[in-house]
Design a binder for this molecule. Structure first.
Ligand code: IMP
Ligand code: MG
Length: 174
């Protein structure tokens, strides 16, 4: 069916190690502050679940749905926010968590929308960064890995909704 990955880029252990490091970096950075982690669905669902368990200090978790890709592999440029958390954002320290930053459209759109709600601070965390976004409103302060300029799947990342369940991250074509 051609539904197999071609090459593993980040294996399970490598991801787990880095996620644990990110968790302690985040815990240290927000020491003593009230923190709200906002994961961007669906891609970040596994990353957020693993990450928050490594942020060893009290914090809250919420989600927001941002869709920028259809079934293709190239960003459509359009970002739709399908759900806005009812949660109070004003006066809170917000950490937006995404799976991967490619064109930066999604993160920019989400950050602009969150800024309008007057958070106390706004920072971003992404597991993967392709480092090719021309302009980012908020340059992610916490980055898991610099990613190759290939289409990646697994650990929450999909291609047309397939592959999200994989414990590792890989490419589907060379
Ligand atoms: P951007 O808006 O172009 O930065 O893309 C961000 C969103 O597109 C991410 O949150 C992912 O959901 C998706 N995306 C970008 N690159 C990839 C990829 O290589 N594989 C799977 N999804 C991707
Ligand atoms: Mg996606």
């Amino acid at each position: 069916m051609g539904r197999e990955i071609a090459r593993v880029v980040f294996d399970e252990q490598t991801i787990a190690r880095r996620v644990a490091e990110l968790g302690s970096e985040i815990a240290g950075y927000y020491d003593g502050e009230e923190l709200l982690v906002i994961g961007l669905l669906k891609g970040s669902f596994i990353f957020v679940a693993d990450l928050v368990r490594k942020i060893s200090r009290p914090h809250r978790v919420d989600f927001l749905v941002a869709v920028s890709y259809g079934t293709g592999k190239v960003s459509s440029g359009a970002v739709r926010l399908l759900y806005d958390p009812e949660t109070q954002l004003a006066g809170r320290h917000i950490l937006v968590v995404d799976d991967i930053v490619d064109s930066g459209n999604t993160l920019n759109h989400v950050c602009r929308s969150i800024r309008k709600r007057h958070p106390k601070s706004l920072a971003a965390c992404t597991l993967l960064h392709k480092r090719r976004a021309p302009h980012l409103e908020v340059e992610p302060r916490f980055v898991g890995f610099d990613a190759p300029h290939a289409f990646l799947v697994g650990y929450g990342l999909d291609h047309a909704e397939d592959f999200r369940h994989l414990p590792h991250i890989g490419t589907i074509e060379e």
